[in-house]
Design a protein around this ligand. Structure first.
Ligand SMILES: *Cc1c(COP(=O)(O)O)cnc(C)c1O
Length: 361
């Protein structure tokens, strides 16, 4: 099989070593004669790897002991609803920083359950998309929580500052950036992430929630979304997505072998710098995001002549560079370069871009 590099935004590529390990034990896991996806989640073998996955994640992100780690269903969007149900009453206000389409989605969902107020959004600086930190003085201290998304997967907009919230708990949608760099968990009330970008296969989401925010869910909260029930039952109130959980555990082991999130941050910065410098050094390609807010995980870029988009996509795919089509709301191209993408993938993409420009520029 020809080597390919998969730039899909999600579900996204997983580390080759992880896929090979999963393959090697696919039909005979732990010498049980069957697959990990065919055994009870309440059996000793599964409980062992489930607990190890949690422990490894705690180590990787230095998660303090007063935080629960939950493995749940429902993806990122499930948490758009679970957060308001667990953290607010119907007449409470929730605050939202809207940095792109996912944080906007969280506003729309929260509005079903509380009163969502937007405290900041994307503006322009030097003609490029830019987001400024909202002032603390504009943050309603009686709000139930303050939601933000530090890496917008569709728009490629990211910021490395933490919003100032005073005493209002911060809730962060880290679906496309968790584990890509170190993180100060203690500054957050809730961190959540759908797995299919930087953790493992879809079907799983990880929720990291501070103890004092657990146990306040509204009466009408579906039991499977109630943080307290999930915490009390070690995320096994109902059958969890066992195969995704297992694979996430393999990814956590891989991350530890790779040197953890510090090593990942270094590698991710290198990868992003390579790609953005290719974009910036040519008039043929451009980025619409201000350098202060460029995502290191999702890199949208545009060809000066959009009529060449189709040819670029066709030839890049033929060259083994998959899934570079930009999100339909943004157009152009997007390269998603999560933890699992090796530097060689970026080098191959940049070489392809240069050659494409030479022939068509
Ligand atoms: C993909 C994504 C989501 C939605 O995840 P689902 O698992 O499809 O619900 C939410 N937020 C961000 C930042 C994402 O990248």
């Amino acid at each position: 099989m020809k080597e390919v590099f998969n730039f899909s935004a999600g579900p996204a590529m997983l580390p080759k070593e992880v896929m090979e390990k999963a393959q090697s034990e696919f039909t005979n896991w732990r010498d049980l004669g069957c697959s990990v996806m065919e055994v009870s989640h309440r059996g000793k073998d599964f409980i062992e790897i489930a607990a190890k996955a949690e422990q490894d994640l705690r180590e990787l992100l230095s998660i303090p002991s007063n935080y629960h780690v939950l493995f749940t269903h429902g993806g990122g969007r499930g948490q758009f609803a679970a957060v308001p149900l667990n953290l607010s009453k119907a007449d409470d206000t929730s605050l939202h920083l809207v940095s792109g389409s996912w944080s906007k989605g969280a506003v729309d969902e929260a509005n079903k359950y509380n009163r969502a107020v937007v405290v900041g959004q994307v503006s322009e600086k030097d003609g490029l998309h830019y987001i400024a930190p909202p002032q603390l003085s504009d943050i309603d201290q009686s709000a139930a929580y303050y939601h933000f998304c530090p890496n917008e997967t569709v728009d490629g907009i990211a910021f490395d500052w933490l919003p100032e919230s005073g005493k209002v708990p911060l809730v962060s949608d880290m679906s496309s950036t968790i584990l890509s760099q170190p993180l100060d968990v203690a500054k957050h009330g809730v961190i959540y992430a759908g797995a299919q970008k930087n953790i493992g296969p879809s079907g799983l989401s990880v929720v990291i929630v501070r103890e004092d925010l657990v146990g306040k869910a509204r009466k009408e909260t579906p039991s499977i979304f109630d943080y307290a029930l999930a915490a009390k039952s070690d995320s096994m109130y109902n059958t969890p997505p066992t195969f995704s959980w297992y694979l996430a555990g393999l990814v956590f082991e891989w991350l530890k072998d790779m040197g953890g999130v510090d090593a990942m941050a270094k590698r991710n910065a290198e990868k992003a710098a390579l790609l953005y410098s290719a974009i910036d050094s040519s008039d043929f390609y451009s980025s619409k995001v201000h350098p202060d807010n460029r995502s290191k995980m999702n890199v949208p870029f545009h060809l000066a002549n959009a009529e060449l988009d189709g040819l670029f996509l066709k030839q890049s795919q033929e060259a083994g560079l998959l899934a570079l089509k930009g999100h339909r709301s943004v157009g152009g191209m997007r390269a998603s370069i999560y933890n699992a993408m090796p530097v060689e993938g970026i080098v191959a993409l940049v070489e392809f871009m240069r050659e494409f420009e030479r022939v068509n520029g």
